[in-house]
Design a protein around this ligand. Sequence first.
Ligand SMILES: [Zn+2]
Length: 331
Amino acid sequence: MLEDLDDITFEDLSKFRKKEEAPDFPLVRIVGQQQMKRALMLLASNPGIGNMLLVGEAGTGKGTAARGLKTLLPNLEVVKDCEYNCSPGDKDDMCLACTSKAKGKLEVTAGPTPLLELPIGASEKMIFGSFDHKGRFKPGIIGRANKGYLLVERANLLGSDMLLKLLDVSESGVHKYREGKKEYVHPSKFVIIGTMNPEDGELDDEVLGRFGMVIEVRSIKDIEERIEIVRNVETYRNDPKDFVEKSRRETLAFKERIANSRNLIKRADVPKKVQTAIDKVAKQVNQDNDWVKGTLQQAALANAAFDDRIWVTVDDVAEVADIVLGHRVEA
Ligand SMILES: [Zn+2]
């Protein structure tokens, strides 16, 4: 078995999953990688933290973990047949079709929070949308990802310009599409979960700094853990549905914990003492700006809520400081 350790990786698993259309590998069954799993759950608890990047070699399970988040996300109440998942209660943030329908009564339905995957090599049209021959706007993936998450695997291969364009839309929550003289505007509020393998090339500091959290994912060296990984991957490959079913209870427990965190965050308060701590650590790494401090605060809020608390402490700030600030520290 030991000689197989280097052959079976999560990279291999993701090819298998695509071929077989198997259900996603459960996040709760990923061995080790505590920091990555925790950060993903914090992001599911509080999309307000902003965009996240997972950096590590191929086969460390970054994409598999991100996909595993799908089953942990809460359901959304959306306007029926809306291409942008508009929320019926949020009249100021609706697409044109819903805005015009909103004068009457909107039909409401519930659906899972979208976690869409940007295919590698996707065209601009696929990402940003386009007008069809009748002049109607057809949304791209960033329209359909509204209110959800967008997984961008090997994000550095997209190129800085395209990544910055995606980050701009994600941060503003609105997409203004222009083609010649025609323009179409629609809500596009999504959180990017990017992955990158440094062997594919580096990312500009400017682009890197725009990610709220950056997590370094290292391959697991512990032999016991590696054996457990191989065992899990093999069991999953033999019968993916059964493997997912056996993890259902644990998956549901985390889904409830995330839903609970989202409710707690609405009531949570950041005391003066914690604000002062945020100011202090941001200054220490020359990041005394509101955007970075806001990100740190949102991550600390999520950290407290995920542990079932509405009171945020200085320890919460310390626990998330590395993933929010680590990539901003000048070498
Ligand atoms: Zn709509």
